[in-house]
Ligand binder design. Structure first.
Ligand code: SUG
Length: 459
């Protein structure tokens, strides 16, 4: 039934198909859900820690994210939207030993610890860079695209996303060339594409996939963070490369800098970003960075020169990078072939970051065609910048028939989604609202509307 529905009402439009004369990377942005709030759930993520208990605006958050996605589309890039997973996950209360009616269980759990209720209502699935890891068919030895939904087991509220995300991936990418892998065992913590990048000449060429980890279950790493936990484990990264059938020479495993993790870089995408043949990174992104750069250079098989844009600590220090999210920018290839940085507006609010950006664009004008700043405060206050809000999926023209049509962000669907958000989402939300049975009913109605809009079953 679903298959029929999506094929009839959502056949891919000629405008979108025309973008795929050659394989293209598509930005799938996560739509912010109606339960977006600040609960301080993520130790090690300073924005989340600093904004705990603050009033949120789900409506503003969703509109800000949508505006950014639409602006990237308007640069001439294919753009899609992934709906939020369904919340709250009330059945978890039962597994935690609460009993009674739903309302009674919520009341008891909220009294015991509001963070339990916050976890069930978490809207963190908006940061789809963490939803999973994707390897395109060009990199894999079976010629299939591979997805592994992330287990996100290092944070309770995020661990509740994994199976629902896998379910969503399976509905959106359902053709014979898509292979889906279940989330890895929780023991090996995996945070998805936030710790993964792909170097290649053009999206459709074979790539070198970089997997960045901060911890290991079984191996002694020379250095480990001491203040904050590392989230990605090397065993998880290696398992994904095996599942995705990446060829030996097509994957590289790199240890994230412990100093950076201790400065609040809880995911590698807070301190570096890769696009095609360009790596934009801070001097302190990786352990043994000079050596790592040499290894990447040796493994690089592209025809274009590999390009490192490295920002030294003296130009912009780790603390300021974490505050501004300079590296959590999207580095996108424009139709002209040059690249643009999509940065959060926090980057232009401080002289230090703004002058760094201006200098970079000046020095690297052969590759960079400027930057654009976007207001994303609602997401940023929980530690999510432009790059966290999108998952990159490389698709070929022949894949389009197997991608659920309801996800494409056409101008018309953008308008209708805006109307839905304006009409249904709350302007303000506080932690205590989550315990209100009326809010529960309200969210269920909104998720029904979202299921209808996207023609996807949300769980
Ligand atoms: O996992 N914040 C998210 C932010 C994820 C950002 N993603 C990337 N860097 N790719 C996290 O820490 C905060 C929720 C709260 O505290 O209410 C949160 O889940």
């Amino acid at each position: 039934l679903y298959f029929e529905r999506m094929n009839s009402s959502f056949a891919v439009s000629p405008e979108i198909a025309a973008l795929f004369a050659e394989p293209r990377e598509v930005n799938f942005d996560g739509l912010v859900g109606p339960t977006h709030h600040y609960a301080g759930q993520s130790f090690g993520n300073q924005a989340s820690m600093n904004h705990a208990g603050k009033k949120s605006s789900p409506k503003r958050a969703a509109l800000q994210g949508l505006m950014k996605a639409a602006a990237v589309r308007d640069l001439g890039l294919p753009q899609a939207i992934i709906p939020p997973i369904k919340r709250p996950k009330l059945e978890v209360l039962y597994t935690l030993g609460f009993r009674g009616s739903d309302a009674e269980m919520v009341e008891k759990a909220y009294k015991r610890d509001p963070k339990i209720i916050s976890a069930l209502y978490s809207a963190s699935s908006m940061w789809v860079a963490n939803s999973g890891t994707f390897s395109p068919a060009m990199d894999t030895d079976d010629g299939c695209h591979h997805f592994t939904a992330a287990n996100l087991s290092s944070k309770f509220h995020r661990s509740l996303e994994a199976r629902s995300t896998e379910n969503l991936f399976r509905q959106i990418f359902s053709g014979p060339s898509f292979r889906h892998h279940a989330p890895l065992p929780d023991y090996f913590s995996d945070e998805g594409a936030a710790n993964h990048g792909r170097l290649t000449d053009r999206a459709g060429d074979r790539g070198l996939e970089l997997f960045v980890y901060g911890a290991s279950r079984f191996r002694d790493l020379n250095r480990m963070p001491s203040r904050f936990p590392a989230r990605q484990m090397v065993e998880a990264s290696e398992a994904i490369a095996r599942h995705h059938r990446l060829m030996e020479e097509g994957a590289l495993f790199i240890q994230q800098s412990s100093e950076a993790i201790d400065a609040g870089v809880f995911h590698n995408d807070v301190i570096s970003v890769v696009n095609e043949n360009v790596i934009f990174l801070h001097e302190k992104a990786f352990e043994n960075q000079a050596e790592i750069k040499e290894i990447i250079q040796k493994k690089w098989r592209g025809k274009k020169p590999l390009y490192f844009i490295e920002v030294p600590e003296s130009q912009c220090n780790l603390k300021e990078c974490v505050r501004s999210y300079l590296f959590n920018s999207q580095l996108v290839t424009l139709p002209s072939g040059k690249m643009k940085l999509i940065v959060p507006e926090d980057c232009v609010e401080s002289l230090e970051t703004k002058s760094t950006l201006d200098a970079l664009v000046g020095v690297h004008s052969n590759v960079l065609d400027g930057y654009t700043a976007f207001p994303l405060k609602e997401s940023m206050q929980n530690g999510g910048g432009p790059a966290c809000l999108r998952l990159r999926v490389t698709l070929r023209k022949e894949d389009l028939a197997f991608v659920h049509g309801g996800v494409w962000l056409t101008p018309e669907r953008e308008l209708n989604l805006k109307k839905l958000i304006d009409r249904e989402y709350r302007d303000e939300l506080t932690l205590s609202d989550l315990a209100d049975p009326q809010f529960y009913g309200e969210t269920q109605r909104i998720f029904d509307a979202l299921e209808d809009f996207f023609q996807l079953r949300l769980s």
